[in-house]
Ligand binder design. Structure first.
Ligand code: SAH
Length: 400
């Protein structure tokens, strides 16, 4: 059994059941990549069983804080089962579901999404990489499914000293899939789409946008960073429900052409004829500036940019980038219009994001009510011990 001894005073975070041990906290000891190590305080007190990661700044990720717990196949089967069972607690209104959300489910580095009868997994730490085969079997057993595709090609793998990997881990089948979200049909390709193929975390905010569209009967909608058009479909669904589809104008912007093509297909797939939909392959910042010059205004704007700040180290530059696009969006918002603005940066906290958006409004000379706070759907849970789990935050701002 390998041992990791911490420096004096560095035991506190593990005692609060936070799962990460940074390089700087370690006095001595180690192991192979992903090997289970026993972590002890400077005084030799047991703190946790953890996966050792020789290359990452996060040098170990805890599996368990129970000294009697064996880290074996039965342990992983139980963790996977409880993660899958937890999703039954929520009425998700979708057959696209995040089944395992890393640290929040006691499986640091493992992401698993279910799209209908197909599972898609990302193994993003050496710990879950080492147990990949055991985890794959546990996932199929817990769900009763037969198909598991791997998308371990996210950037976090490099920090762990791992190479990208993708392909079928169990079973096989088409990678082009269809899911139902709320009452909408959506498609995705698990081999080529972003992340595992789709942004499931924005499900509740898309539904909220549909409700706002129905209630306020938006005439001009701008969906920035639209990916495959989730918020566009939401707005169209809301307008259709309110009988207000005819003549509505929706502009959707993204810099990915395949994503835009799929967004366009989603409009046809859901029978939203009557509205005027435009799909722009452009840089959002440049497009917003052009719209301002052209004197355009919108009744609703969505800003859902990619992660500008992966960690706190990038926060300052990211803050400027967020402020910039929000200021431009405010300038395009009609009086009474609604801005849905998001940050999925772990490095930007909810309070800071609030300040950035408020600052952007002030710079744009716009007054507004911050009427709602939005966040990730409940199958992307936060836990008490792991505040870093709150990565996605959103605000609904109504211009006075
Ligand atoms: N709102 C989407 C998810 C957005 S993800 C949904 O609900 O599914 C962020 C998107 O921003 C990606 O599709 C990416 O292609 C796009 N993107 C990144 N940088 C961009 C830029 N500078 N201009 C336009 N789009 C960009």
């Amino acid at each position: 059994m390998k041992l990791l001894r911490l420096r004096p005073g560095k035991e506190r975070s593990l005692q609060r059941r936070h799962p990460w041990v940074f390089e700087s906290a370690i006095a001595k000891g180690g192991g192979d990549a992903g090997e289970t190590v026993r972590i002890e305080s400077d005084e030799g007190k047991f703190l946790a069983w953890a996966a050792f990661s020789p290359h990452s700044k996060i040098r170990a990720r805890a599996w368990s804080f129970d000294e009697k717990q064996r880290i074996d196949a039965a342990f992983f089967a139980a963790r996977v089962q409880s993660a899958v069972a937890a999703r039954q607690l929520f009425d998700l209104q979708s057959d696209g579901v995040r089944l395992v959300h890393g640290e929040a489910d006691g499986l640091p580095g493992l992401i698993v999404d279910r799209y209908g009868d197909t599972l898609v997994a990302q193994f993003l730490s050496v710990g879950v990489e080492r147990w990949k085969s055991v985890l794959a079997d546990a996932l199929l057993a817990a769900t009763g499914l037969a198909k598991l595709y791997e998308r371990s090609d996210a950037s976090g793998r490099e920090r762990e000293g791992l190479k990208p990997e993708a392909g079928w881990l169990r079973g096989s089948g088409p990678t082009e899939l269809a899911i139902r979200e709320h009452d909408w049909q959506l498609t995705l390709d698990i081999a080529s789409g972003h992340k595992t193929g789709f942004y499931l975390d924005q499900r509740d905010s898309r539904r909220r946008f549909a409700e706002l569209a129905a209630h306020r009967r938006f005439r001009r909608v701008l969906n920035c960073f639209c990916y495959t058009g989730g918020f566009t479909v939401a707005a169209l669904a809301g307008l259709k429900a309110a009988g207000a589809l005819e003549g509505a104008e929706l502009v959707s912007i993204d810099s990915s052409l395949p994503a835009l093509e799929r967004a366009r297909a989603h409009v046809a797939l859901n029978g939203f004829e009557g509205a005027n939909c435009e799909f722009l392959d452009a840089d959002v910042n440049a497009a917003l500036r052009r719209f301002i010059e052209e004197g355009r205004v919108f009744d609703a704007i969505v800003l859902d940019p990619p992660k500008f700040a992966p960690t706190v180290a990038h926060a300052e530059r990211a803050a400027r980038a967020y402020k910039d696009i929000n200021r431009l969006a405010f300038k395009l918002l009609a009086p009474g219009g609604v801005l849905l603005t998001f940050s999925c940066s772990g490095g930007i906290g909810a309070d800071l994001f609030h300040k950035i958006v408020a600052g952007a409004g002030i710079d744009a000379g716009v007054d507004g009510y911050i009427s709602e706070r939005l966040g990730a759907a409940p199958d992307h849970p936060m836990t008490i011990e792991f505040p870093e789990g709150e990565y996605l935050k959103g605000l609904v701002v109504v211009r006075k």
